[in-house]
Write a new protein. Structure first.
Length: 232
């Protein structure tokens, strides 16, 4: 009996040693997984951050174009009412009157996140902000700028406005300049039609400026959250 107790005791200590070895290996493996996830999360957050910084520049460029378009509407309102305008301002305003915009948002960071798994972002608030920005805000702006037929300024207004303007325009090829040969003269119905086009274009542009302003706010708020996460 004494011999058996000693043998059982030996097995017990072997079992404890194996148990702790397995637990230690499991803990080490879990620690390695967590470390890899943390490194992947940091890499993705940095990629998203860099993309958002580029997006702010793209939005600023589009806002500038829309603001120029609003100014051009005011300029051509004077033109359609027969007012004399500076010849050196015609080309700039003609170019921006019906120019369209397309949003080129950087989504590579978000695509990387989706492929890795959204749950890799540990902070629930940050994860929700990211999803809302890319899936809702960016999606909406893209559809408004590129897919909604009622908001396509160039497609809807360039040809009818150009038919009215072209008889009065001289295209000086030497210096690539546009000039009016005389003041534009329209009858009452034509003036009202052109004014309705200008009103509609301004409405579209100011609406898009509002969407871009709200997108900027969300981007800056997300960037603040990302900086906080990356510092921790």
């Amino acid at each position: 009996m004494k011999f058996k107790k000693i043998k059982l005791g030996k097995y017990f200590f072997d079992f404890v040693a194996v148990f702790f070895a397995v637990i230690s290996a499991f803990a080490l493996n879990n620690w390695n997984d967590n470390r890899r996830d943390a490194e992947a999360e940091e890499k993705i957050l940095l990629e998203i951050k860099n993309g958002l910084i580029a997006d702010l520049k793209d939005i600023a460029d589009n806002k500038k174009a829309h603001n120029y378009g609003v100014r051009s509407c005011n300029f051509f309102s004077r033109v359609f009412n027969g007012e004399e305008v500076p010849q050196d301002s015609i080309q700039f305003n003609y170019m921006y009157l019906t120019v369209g915009n397309s949003s080129v948002m950087n989504t590579s960071g978000y695509e990387s996140l989706k492929s890795k798994g959204l749950e890799i972002i540990k902070n629930d608030s940050v994860r929700v902000k990211i999803i809302e920005l890319y899936e809702v805000t960016y999606e909406k702006i893209g559809k408004l700028e590129e897919e909604n037929p009622t908001l396509q300024i160039f497609n809807n207004f360039y040809l009818p406005i150009n038919r009215v303007l072209s008889p009065y325009m001289n295209f000086v090829m030497e210096n690539k300049q546009i000039e009016f040969s005389e003041n534009v003269t329209l009858n009452h119905a034509e003036k009202k039609l052109m004014e309705s086009y200008l009103w509609r274009m301004q409405l579209v542009r100011k609406s898009m400026l509002g969407h871009y302003a709200r997108a900027e706010e969300k981007i800056r708020a997300l960037l603040t959250s990302l900086d906080s996460e990356l510092e921790n």
